[in-house]
Structures are given as structure tokens and as C-alpha cells.
Design a protein. Structure first.
Length: 115
């Protein structure tokens, strides 16, 4: 049983990371991907923005202050010094614990993609 906000965040992160799989097909065709937390739960898969939406929704239900963030992730093709342009390519969350913001990324906690 989670008693503290930190324990709640950890339990939510572990649950999402173990039960939601990355939607590789959806990544390449985002118009067919729902980012709605209920849809993510029902399908059991999503892309990063769906992970972040579900994480935020579960934190809200647990009474933990959380927000969605979007920006750039440095993937395998990133080269040192490279600048980012255009739309952001990743989403994650920030949770407010012990009077500080902490970054949380349940997408990257869910494993890796081999395809």
C-alpha cells in the first residue's frame, strides 16, 4: 500500500511501465493513436504522449500534483552539439514532491523497441 506521494508515484510508474507497451505502428501513424488515458488503458499500448496522459490522470486520482511536459529526446541518431528544430518529439511528466519538481518518464521505463 502506498502511503506517501513518492510511493504513489513509484507505484504508478511501475504499473504503467509493466502494463502498457509502446505502439511502434502508432508512432509512424499518429493520426490513428488515441492519447486519451481510458483508451490507453483499454488498448494496453500508446506512444509517449499517451503514457504521459495516463500517468498524469493516475496521479490526479491518487492526489499527486503532476503535469505533462513535451520537448526533445536525444535518440540513437543524436550527435553531440546537434540543435533541435520543429515540433517536439517526446512527452513525459513532472511531479511535485517534497516542495520540488521531479521529472518522470514512464515511456522510457517500459523497455526498448527492437523494430
Amino acid at each position: 500500500v502506498a502511503h506517501t506521494d513518492l510511493q504513489k508515484v513509484r507505484a504508478i510508474w511501475i504499473w504503467i511501465s509493466r502494463h502498457i507497451e509502446y505502439d511502434v505502428v502508432g508512432y509512424f501513424n499518429t493520426k490513428n493513436v488515441s492519447l486519451n488515458p481510458q483508451d490507453v488503458l483499454q488498448s494496453g499500448k500508446s506512444i509517449c504522449a499517451g503514457y504521459a496522459s495516463l500517468f498524469e490522470d493516475m496521479c490526479r486520482i491518487a492526489g499527486v500534483h503532476c503535469m505533462n511536459l513535451s520537448g526533445y529526446a536525444k535518440g540513437l541518431s543524436y550527435k553531440t552539439g546537434q540543435t533541435f528544430k520543429g515540433d517536439s518529439n517526446h512527452a513525459w511528466n513532472a511531479v511535485y514532491l517534497d516542495e520540488k519538481w521531479h521529472l518522470v518518464d514512464s515511456t522510457w521505463g517500459s523497455g526498448s523497441v527492437d523494430e
